[in-house]
Design a protein. Sequence first.
Length: 123
Amino acid sequence: MSENPAAGKPYEDGDKVHLFLAYFGLLSLIPFLMFKDQKEVPAKEFVYWHARQGLALFISVVVVAIPCAIISVIPIIGWIIGCLGWIVIMFGSLGGAIMGWIKAFGGEKWEIPLVSKVANMLG
């Protein structure tokens, strides 16, 4: 299999599913683990890069959600702060995933602000 030069995309047509899974929460582990050892192939490295970003987004959401869940136990003030926190988490993660999909299918690499630091730690 080779890259898709006709479309000018840095990924193969068969990798579209993997690019979609890259920003689909815990399912980002599938392309992350599949392409971890194929980083020397440019098309596979592109998919792996996005899988790393998506996995980092998922990890960041979980890490931020834990304090929101804890603070939500406090009556009234905790409920308000926790609810606002959940709204921010939901819109932030959904926005990051949508932008990730747009950039991935457009053939671009886009580092999600703050999340990219976590992605770099994933190797």
